[in-house]
Write a protein that binds this ligand. Structure first.
Ligand SMILES: [Zn+2]
Length: 724
């Protein structure tokens, strides 16, 4: 009796401690978490993890307004309206409160809360009813988005998403420990993800932006108390930026999520959040099989000494569509050259006299989708340019362009951080409606380059470097905003952002609106320090363009992202070319999530076509499971063996792929170096399976499969659990 009373009292005490309810607005609650909006400087709101009992006091943002620091200490914050359900099923809650020491300012808090995931996405908007300005008294950004204490965690790590590795010529993620000495010495880390764990409970923090490491625009400041704050480094606003009723200031989007359990549990939760809950429209997360014409255009240019656009015509496209359909491809992307001019994006009528109508009809026959290539340029003679001359990207007054765009008319580069962005969106939406385009490939969007005072990133009153910084800061936000506008009009469309070169806005923000296209071929000759641009042997300046092991290994490096961000968001094309061992390597690779194919499709052997067609039809039976599955890998990428497991714990369906990455077919002298491998799955599996040479030697008492695979040379063995 006494015991029960004591526990009741302690429950009441803890309730009082964690939620001083009476004067507070209704909290947000899901089975995982509770959010209380308190409005105090040290606790603007509190995130409470029900499973572990961890509570996080999120401190209020700080801004510099009219030369003074203002902290969002809010009088009586209240919910605005009732929550609404977004197209992805996530509930959006809005709160608002007036600043205690300046009633002309108020803060709006926007929370996007999934019903079944602990990760919450949130943003603030600073609103004003008076004529204010954002300022930089000390000549640099003075803005802090949040602060939170991480003292309960023994292990903290920074997850970098945008380091560019020149050797493989791609971005790759990095998992970097944040050590006690980093906190003690007040280091800054760029993230954008920070994970804390003590083994029993874990937390993840993130912000949505995008730039190449080490060029930080936003970063975490570590403090000796083991607190971290997230704040602006540069370009987050420009000095004198208007803040009034017509010009609110929106912060970057941020995430926090906490779980009971190890960092592995919180990584899984974050990955699922990225797959199901971050983007409002889910189309970019669907594991279609994609094709792009560019590789064949390059083969024609570099190997046959033709032009990139020689094969850009109706007859060849119809042939490629039929070949793509036979392989199992579902989204057919026509790359550069389909248009007569950029900006207006009219179909080139000499290449496609019927304006792509036959192409679309043939795709419809095969239930395939049409994708097209775009860039943020406008041709000299375009209506777009005539109406948007003020939006040309300029550096110190010098326009970028005009220059030829892949053998088409001379064009200017246009600034996405100007009114051009909306006009670009309207053009693409028009093509979606008129031609049925459902995949928009965005190429050559650089993070740097505009300091024009007529756009949205600073005025004549700012310095040119400040306008440049504001431009670069806003690029990922404006690109995502435009992509979201397209998705709002065409919800079944996908926008991809080509990040196959450095200095692109890589981070979490664009992924809320679309996906990345991450690797073309990997390294150029210069990536390998070869002083010649294109010495021959490869394809132009590209080295890894042949069937076999090397190109596929290089492309699989990005599967490391899959631990935080689903691999379906990192499209890469693999090669369908014969011989057989290469086809298995490329099939085994692409089904792990990158899902792209390119090359000379009509030249693939009949046997190869059957191999792709059968494997991909089996894959399609379990692809939702593979996409949902958290990745497990045994062995390094490029090592032998390299084993990938992607099994959905809820169904036991999914894939195991085993790679043998030693030598290649023409270096094999004989079966002197065979390889036999055994692998026990991490998760129990569905009993029914399709495979190309993996033996199920048995199952353990928990239903995990004991697999054996035998190789007599390089290749990949695939087993698809749950496929009939
Ligand atoms: Zn600009």
């Amino acid at each position: 009796m006494e015991f029960r009373n004591a526990s009741r009292i302690s429950a009441i005490v803890s309730l009082l401690l964690t939620s001083p309810l009476l004067a507070q607005p209704t909290p947000i609650e899901t089975p995982q978490l509770r959010i209380d909006v308190l409005g105090r400087p040290e606790v603007l709101w509190r995130y409470f993890c029900k499973d572990s009992g961890q509570a996080f006091d999120i401190s209020a943002p700080r801004f510099e307004v009219d030369g003074r620091d203002v902290i969002a200490s809010l009088a009586d914050p209240k919910p605005i309206g009732s929550p609404r359900t977004l197209p992805n099923g996530v509930a959006e809650y809005r709160y608002s409160g007036v600043f205690k020491d300046d009633p002309s300012l108020s803060l709006e808090l926007i929370f996007r809360v999934p019903a079944s995931n602990p990760v919450v996405r949130f943003q603030y908007r600073l609103l004003s009813t008076a004529d204010h300005k954002l300022t930089k008294q000390k000549g640099k950004d003075n803005i802090e988005y949040l602060g939170v204490l991480l003292s309960r965690y023994t292990d903290v790590a920074e997850i970098r998403l945008s380091e560019f590795y020149e050797l493989p010529h791609t971005y790759k993620p990095a998992d970097v420990p944040v050590l006690p000495r980093d906190f003690e010495n007040g280091q800054r880390v760029m993230g954008p993800i920070v994970i804390g764990t003590n083994g029993a409970e874990s937390v993840i923090l993130a912000y949505e932006h995008g730039s190449q490491i080490p060029d930080a625009f936003v970063s975490y400041q570590l403090k000796p108390s083991k607190a971290v704050s997230l704040g602006g480094v540069k370009g987050n606003y420009y000095s004198g930026q208007q803040l009034d009723a017509a010009h609110p200031y929106g912060t970057v989007w941020m995430e926090i999520g906490a779980v009971k359990g190890t960092r592995f549990i919180v990584m899984q939760a974050f990955r699922t959040f990225m797959l199901r809950h971050q983007a409002i429209y889910p189309e970019s997360r669907k594991p279609y099989i994609f094709y792009n014409t560019w590789n064949f255009q390059e083969r024609n240019h570099d190997w046959k000494k033709g032009k990139y656009l020689d094969t850009m015509n109706l007859e060849r496209m119809l042939t490629e569509i039929d070949a793509a359909h036979r392989l199992g491809i579902e989204v057919f992307v026509v790359d550069a050259g389909w248009f007569s001019k950029t900006g207006d994006w009219t179909v080139d009528s000499t290449r496609f006299p019927d304006g792509l109508r036959k192409v679309k009809a043939r795709l419809d026959e095969h239930a395939m989708k049409l994708g097209l290539w775009f860039t943020s340029k406008a041709a000299v003679s375009s209506r777009m340019l005539a109406n948007h001359r003020d939006c040309i990207m300029t550096t110190d007054g010098t326009p970028h362009g005009p220059a030829e765009v892949w053998e088409t008319e001379q064009s200017y580069v246009m600034c996405m951080v100007s009114r051009f962005g909306d006009a670009f969106a309207e053009e693409l939406i028009r093509l979606g409606r008129e031609l049925g385009v459902r995949y928009f490939k965005w190429d050559a969007f650089d993070q740097y380059g505009c300091n024009d005072p007529r756009h949205w990133h600073g005025t004549e009153g700012n310095t040119a470097p400040e306008r440049s910084q504001s431009y670069s800061f806003q690029v990922p936000e404006q690109m995502a905003r435009v992509a979201e506008k397209i998705s709002a009009s065409l919800p079944d469309s996908i926008v991809d952002f080509d990040i196959t070169e450095g200095e692109r806005a890589v981070g979490l923000r664009f992924l809320a609106a679309g996906k990345y296209y991450i690797i073309n071929n990997g390294p150029y000759y210069y990536s390998l320090d070869d002083p010649q641009l294109a010495p021959g042997g490869g394809m132009g300046a590209n080295v890894l363009v042949f069937p076999g092991i090397a190109r596929a290994v290089n492309a699989r490096f990005i599967l490391d992202y899959d631990r935080w961000i689903p691999s379906v968001l990192f499209m890469t094309h693999y090669l369908p070319d014969d011989p057989e061992y290469s086809q298995w390597i490329n099939l085994g690779s692409l089904i792990l999530g990158q899902n792209g194919i390119w090359g000379d499709l009509p030249a693939v052997s009949e046997e190869g076509v059957r191999r792709f067609s059968e494997t991909l039809s089996k894959y399609k039976q379990v692809r939702e499971d593979i996409t949902a599955a958290y990745p497990t890998r045994s062995g390094e990428i490029g090592g032998t063996p390299e084993v990938h497991e992607k099994i959905n714990p809820e169904t036991g369906k999914g894939a195991v792929v085993i790679f043998y990455n030693y030598r290649n077919a023409w270096r094999q002298k004989g079966p002197y170096f065979p390889g036999s491998f055994r692998y026990v799955t991490r998760l129990p599996v569905a009993k029914e399976a399709w495979h190309n040479g993996v033996t199920v030697a048995g199952y353990d008492s928990r239903g995990r499969a004991i697999l054996e695979a035998k190789f007599d040379g390089p290749g990949a063995k695939i087993i698809l659990f749950g496929a009939k």
